[in-house]
Every structure is written in C-alpha cells, then in structure tokens.
Design a protein around this ligand. Sequence first.
Ligand code: UT7
Length: 340
Amino acid sequence: MGIKVLGTGSYLPEKVVTNDDIAKSLDTNDEWIYSHTGIHSRHVAGENETTATMGAEAARRALEMAGVDPLEVGLIVVATTTPDYNVFPSTACLVQDLLGCKNAGAFDLAGACAGFVYALEQARGFVNFYPDKKAIVIGAETLTRIVDWSDRASCILFGDGAGAVVLGNDEAPGVASTKTTAHTILGADGSGSGFIARSGGTKEALPINPETGVPMPAQPIVPKMTLMGHDVFAFAVRALSRVASQLCERMGTTPAEIDRVFAHQANGRIIEAVARRMKLPLDKFWLNLETTGNTSGASIPISLDQAVRSGELKDGMKIVMVGFGAGLTYAGTFCTWPNL
Ligand code: UT7
C-alpha cells in the first residue's frame, strides 16, 4: 500500500553506431573506447525521432504495463538535457499531446544525468498530494545531436533513448499516502558547473548597435557539449558512493543489504570504482552501457525497465537508484521495489 511504480517502459532507437563505426572518421579505436569506458555501441535517434517521440513511446509502454488510461494521468515530468526545442515548448507538453493525456500538467526538469531521480521525487510529492491521480516520469535524451563529433574524448560516450515509469497510490481512494519505504537525497555542487556544459543559452550578450542602442540579430549558435572528463570522473565516484552509503545509513541498513544498485550508466570504470568503495560485488550493479552508452537522464529508467522485463527486478527487492551529472547534480533514492 502507498505510492508505487505501477509500470515501466523504455525505448531505444533501432539505429546502432559501434565504436568501429566512429573509428572510421576519428582517431580512436574499439580497444581504447571499451577499455576506458565499457562501451561498445550506442543507439542513435533516426531522422524522425526526437526526445519527445522516444519519451512518449517509453511512457506508452509503461502505461500499458500499468494498465493506466492516459486520461487518469495528472502529471508528466520529463527529465532531459536535450529537449526538442530550446526550452519552450517543453518536451513534456509535446509528450502530453502525443499520449493524449489531456488531464495532465506537464513540465521538463533539467537535472542532467541525475534528472530522473529529481523528477521521480517531484512526482512522488504530486501523487502524495493528489492520491487519485497518476503521474508519468520520463527520462529521455537525444544526446547524439549535441555532442561534438570532432572531440574523441566525449562523443564516444553518449547515446539516445528513453525510459519511463508510471506512479500511483494504492491507498483507499482520496487518502494521501502516509506510508513510504523510500528515502531520497537530492544534491548539487554548482562550483563544478564548468565541468560539463552545453552552449547555446542566453549567457552571451548580443552585440549592441551603437547608433540605436538596440541588440543586433544574433548568429545562430550550434549547441555543443564540452566535458572535463577527469574532473567529472572523480566527482562521480565520490558522489555516487557517498549518496548510496548515506541512503543506507538513513534507512538504518547497510550496503550489504542492497539487492540491486541502478547507478547512472556513465562509464563502467566509474561503476567499478563505486562498487570497490562500497565493498559490494559488481554484479549487484545493473550494467547496460556496453550497448547503450551514456543516455544521461534516460539511463536509470531504461535500466529499471530492462530489469523489470527480464524478471531480474522483483517486488520486495531493496534497491538504490543513484545518479550524477552536469550542474553538478547528484541524487539517489533507496526503496523497496516497487514502493516509493
Ligand atoms: O554523465 C556524465 C558525463 N560525463 C562523464 O561521464 C565523463 C566521465 N569521464 C570519463 O568517462 C573519462 O574521463 C573519459 C572516458 C572521458 C576519458 O578517459 P580517461 O581515461 O580519463 O582519458 P584521458 O582524458 O585522461 O585521456 C588519456 C589519453 C589522452 O592522450 P594523451 O594526452 O595521454 O596522449 C587522450 O587524448 O587518451 C586519449 N584519448 C583517446 N584516445 C583514443 C581520449 N579519448 C580517446 C579516444 N580514443 N576516444
């Protein structure tokens, strides 16, 4: 009883780009990429696919598993760093239209690779306040459209895709949930905002016409990602292991009691280092980045859906979801699946 995940869904584009494919036009190779990241290939959105279409498809699959009608949905949150448009209209509004969720409010959440956990917490609050309504939380990204394909140290990392969960409250109708098995930590360290950044916002002032004092038309900027890999790596290992350990402390348990960790899939070596720090066997950590790459906000919900559909994530398991990303942000949730 209480707030729970009623269904999960995910979507990965059909097109796959391997390390060997990238090596045809960049000075790199499969051996370097795999040994430094654990990635062999990634999915790349097709011409007609966008963050919204992939997010909607993942959500459609989650609604189907949940047996929830789109009209029952009161909120859609899309965690993304690659919205279809430059901030507005929000991708969540596009998803709302694609799904026919006419009764849902919709907004995007910019928490980068930790965004899904942030969004889940927003939706958990919503379902708690409006116990008769359902919420959809989506992580969706089209990162291959913003990476710098001439930078071998960053473009090799990223892939496209989407994952989604449907949340509901199975208390008596109209009764706010008082029971929770979950604990969440949301955090940020803005002093590392330069470590991963994307150009193309309003930070750069436009040149002013000296005669009129009016801003002059801007040259369009092609947004690109810049990444300080070493700094992000070190932050990630610290943040992921600290958040997961703090969650255990606050739940009055130990890391050894965790059945599965769904960590953001950024780099296999980051996850290995976190497992070592937490003294946990690596097989407690869900790993799929070999074939997905880093899908930022989509990586945790894609992992959850794969684990549910393969039967590896079972009701009653104690899990930790934990992510880190641009901002810098970090976030984690400890719960007894599928209760939140
Ligand atoms: O979701 C959050 C997003 N960000 C991340 O997750 C990034 C976290 N950081 C990382 O995953 C790693 O730092 C990278 C995979 C980005 C880089 O791995 P690294 O082991 O830290 O490599 P490095 O940057 O120290 O580079 C070592 C060498 C350099 O050559 P020199 O200067 O030693 O001659 C690079 O130029 O490897 C070279 N290099 C490559 N060589 C072949 C960098 N990228 C490549 C490449 N292929 N793709």
